[in-house]
Design a protein around this ligand. Structure first.
Ligand SMILES: *Cc1c(COP(=O)(O)O)cnc(C)c1O
Length: 419
């Protein structure tokens, strides 16, 4: 559910017509709905209130400072996967004690930074990484709180690029060897074992994979207990899907209903790491039609947003609904909606039935709040879009549109080439 709706013929973001925003801020433009963000976070908080829990929002889904601040002010923590994301989360006011840090390739400087800031825990992905964290913690006289990320070998039944909990994926520690690794971790002088972590993938539209993975993890938790290893945090990761087209993903309530009974008898704080399900449907990308043309066997609608602004269609062949900002009567066309980038893979939609839009009409690419701006780039030297947050009848610029000057910031011409 979100707050991008037609009133009459015009698409609104909450109480503001999108064409008003586009006139003020230009295109391409990311627009987020504060009410939707609050509603989505609250869906988790309400569903999980029977258990001690922390909701660690996955910063990589959308790392804008205003969005982090909004979620943080409602009590969310953060799941980060780099030093840069940790910096962003802390700067937005999220307490270090609610930040977890995952990722297969943590660098020494990033580990040291997280140790000095005293994050809640590292979600460790290999034995070498664990040894390295132990070493760095010793060097700077700290103790590192860790959870081991377990690969439970569960098929999340999602796109192969976003499935992470299968044996063949690079993530986590195989569940068969986990007990051994925990025993080793317990022996390490500068490591404090506090948790267990798993994250099996993204855009998961069924409850079953979550339940199956959790059952496997809980068996491991029992084995750990028998070995005298007691953990405090059970982190089940993120991955709950959203509706892009006709998917019917479970509500956090349904997920909670299934997992709470499994956890009741354990004395654990649950950690969840939702990203997409918080921010995905809370954002849209609005683009201007530049040209239309008839191709050999199809029509092309050429717009001013490209794969550098929203990479998901090119990267995963992902579906995003496309709506006209102003509804049009009359005939429909079948068209590919393509960007200005010099790549065949640069499209936002293919073979889509759309109103017969013209130059200077506006289209809204829906469900673009997650893995939209955060995956954007400057490819083809295109300044990245502005971002706007709407809250009721108020709107706020939360990231300026980049300028040409921003494109070359930090670039230097060697003196010898200046002569
Ligand atoms: C990407 C990621 C998430 C968030 O996944 P969503 O599908 O956006 O909910 C959570 N935890 C980890 C470790 C991740 O890598």
């Amino acid at each position: 559910m979100h707050y991008f709706k037609y009133k009459g013929n015009i698409l609104y973001a909450e109480d503001i017509p999108i064409n008003v925003l586009v006139e003020q801020y230009g295109t391409p433009l990311y627009i987020y709905s504060a009410k939707t963000l609050r509603r989505h976070l609250k869906a988790y908080t309400d569903s999980l209130k029977a258990l001690p829990h922390i909701i660690c929002y996955a910063v990589k889904a959308n790392s804008n400072a205003a969005i982090l601040r909004l979620l943080g002010s409602m009590g969310a923590g953060a799941d980060v996967v780099s030093g840069g994301e940790l910096y962003r989360a802390l700067r937005a006011g999220i307490p270090a004690g609610k930040i977890v840090y995952a990722g297969v390739g943590k660098r020494d400087d990033e580990i040291e930074y997280a140790l000095r800031k005293r994050i809640l825990m590292f979600n460790v992905e290999s034995i070498e990484e664990l040894e390295n964290i132990n070493h760095i913690a010793g060097k700077i006289k700290k103790t590192a709180p860790v959870a081991l990320r377990i690969n439970p070998d569960i098929d999340p039944e999602t796109h192969p690029y976003i499935s992470t909990g299968l044996k063949k994926n690079k993530f986590g520690i195989p569940i068969e060897t986990a007990l051994e690794f925990y025993k080793q971790a317990k022996q390490m002088k500068h490591i404090r074992v506090v948790g267990i972590h798993k994250h099996i993938g993204s855009q998961i539209t069924k409850v079953n994979p979550f339940v199956d993975a959790l059952e496997r993890i809980l068996i491991l938790v029992e084995h750990l207990k028998q070995e005298g290893i007691h953990i405090n945090y059970l982190d089940i990761g993120g991955g709950l899907g959203i509706r892009y087209n006709d998917e019917e993903p479970p509500h956090p309530k349904e997920l909670a209903k299934q997992i709470i009974p499994l956890l009741k008898k354990h004395d654990l704080t649950l950690v969840v790491e939702p990203g997409r399900s918080i921010v995905g449907n809370a954002g849209i990308l609005v683009t201007r039609v530049l040209y239309t043309k008839a191709g050999f066997d199809r029509k092309f609608i050429i717009v001013d947003a490209g794969m550098n602004d929203l990479m998901r269609p090119s990267l995963y062949n992902a579906f995003h609904q496309i709506l006209p900002v102003k509804k049009k009567r009359g005939k429909k066309v079948f068209a590919d909606v393509v960007g200005p980038i010099c790549e065949t893979g640069d499209f936002l939609a293919k073979g889509r039935e759309l109103p017969d839009v013209r130059r200077n009409d506006f289209l809204a690419v829906m469900s673009a709040g997650a893995y939209g701006f955060s995956m954007s780039s400057n490819y083809n030297s295109r300044p990245r879009p502005a971002e706007v947050l709407v809250d009721g009848n108020m709107h706020y610029l939360i990231r300026e549109r980049e300028t040409y000057r921003d494109l070359v910031r930090g670039e230097k011409i060697p003196d010898t080439l200046k002569e």
